[in-house]
Ligand binder design. Structure first.
Ligand SMILES: Cc1ncc(COP(=O)(O)O)c(C=O)c1O
Length: 379
């Protein structure tokens, strides 16, 4: 199998799997039980929280465990909106967010009467920071942008965005979806109020996420329950997942620079090979882009047909984000970039990791060439 869809998810690292199984076997006790084994489990959860906090250079009480990054995004956005709605109901996001962010904003507008502004992007997927500067008002309570876009890889200048927001309105909270940046780019949270992370994008468990929430930011909980997660997220702690997250993050951060350099070379190699093929367009910008993601378009070829053609070679890439891959419409990210319709309609996403080899890239290129010969062009 040649897997080139690491943005959708990653395989579980063997050392994480081993630790997780040990934890599952040993620690079934409820972390909230008021007897010694319960205290032992909650102690391990708190140890993991404090390791994570150290790695992110934040306080332990600023780290909340969630069931996934989608939940972290929902909690950050709706929790902040509900908390500060008495101050104002104006919120801002971008036109290229993950569905968990985009649909949280949509719900806040449609169901709860918030006013949402969507920041535009240019042909390269870059935000217009002047537009942001002009949109922030006295009643703007929240801005949410991703760090790395999951479809084309464009990197947002999150610290420049933070300084624009906080200079215009120091009370506006800034949330960053860091899912595709963790283990790839440096994460500095000093000027960020809320940030979301996911374990399964960094060779960890599915169903395991994190929300960083600065101590001076308050949230209305979305899952009411007991005392878990400082009362901000009810539900019996998923102890083994939470305990193993610290190790997952440590492994990702320790290898970050090495993996980045390795994947950059692979990306460069694939880009240069693809550019030799007339008719292939590269959508991911050269500058300010994550090397882990390469979006291309092959106009006049249906992307789903090419994905399935490659599948016959046991090669796996995607058309767009996995969460929206079952909808056949154009990717909202590419639509927001106002690319030529034919380019937007024919996008494919290839994503790499340190496990990808150059030989796999060569096999992919050969299979792509053959598929383009065999698959019918749409006119
Ligand atoms: C940018 C981004 N945000 C959020 C998510 C959601 O992560 P999870 O699968 O942990 O809910 C993803 C996953 O595809 C993503 O790429």
């Amino acid at each position: 199998m040649i897997y080139l869809d690491y943005v959708a998810t990653t395989p579980l690292a063997p050392e994480i799997k081993e630790t997780y199984i040990k934890l599952l076997n040993k620690y079934f006790i409820n972390a909230d039980s008021a007897y010694a084994p319960g205290y032992e489990v909650s102690g391990l959860i708190e140890k993991s929280r404090s390791h994570i906090a150290k790695m992110l250079n934040v306080r332990s009480d600023e780290v909340l465990f969630t069931s996934c990054a989608s939940e972290a995004n929902n909690l950050a956005i709706k929790g902040t909106a509900f908390q500060y709605m008495n101050r104002g109901k104006h919120i801002i996001t971008t036109a290229i967010e993950h569905s968990s962010v985009a649909n949280s904003f949509k719900e806040l507008a449609d169901v709860f009467g918030f006013e949402v502004d969507y920041l535009h992007v240019n042909h390269q997927g870059a935000l217009d920071l002047d537009e942001l500067r002009h949109l922030i008002r006295d009643d703007t309570i929240l801005v949410s942008t991703m760090y790395v876009n999951n479809e084309i890889g464009v990197i947002n200048p999150i610290h420049e965005i933070a300084s624009i927001i906080h200079a215009k309105n120091p009370k506006t909270k800034y949330h960053v979806d860091c899912v595709q940046a963790l283990g790839k780019l440096p994460i500095v949270l000093d000027d960020i109020d809320l940030a979301s992370f996911s374990a399964h994008k960094i060779f960890g468990l599915k169903g395991s996420g994190l929300l960083y929430k600065k101590h001076n930011t308050s949230l209305v909980p979305l899952i009411n329950g007991g005392q878990q997660e400082f009362g901000l997220r009810g539900g019996t702690s998923n102890a083994a997942s939470e305990i193993v997250f610290a190790k997952t993050m440590r492994l990702a951060l320790e290898a970050r620079e090495e993996h980045y350099a390795y994947v950059s070379k692979l990306n460069h190699y694939l880009r240069s090979e693809l550019l030799k093929r007339p008719g292939i367009v590269i959508n991911s910008p050269v500058e300010n882009c994550s090397p882990f993601i390469l979006s291309i378009s092959i106009p006049h070829y249906k992307p789903e047909v090419l994905v399935h053609a490659l599948e016959t070679y046991d090669i796996y890439i995607s058309t767009k984000s996995a969460c929206s891959s079952k909808h056949t419409d154009v990717s909202h990210t590419l639509a927001a970039m106002h690319l030529d319709d034919e380019i937007a309609k024919s996008a494919l996403r290839i994503s790499f990791s340190h496990l990808t080899t150059q030989q796999e890239i060569d096999t992919f290129l050969k299979a792509l060439d053959e598929s383009l010969k065999n698959v019918k062009k749409q006119r």
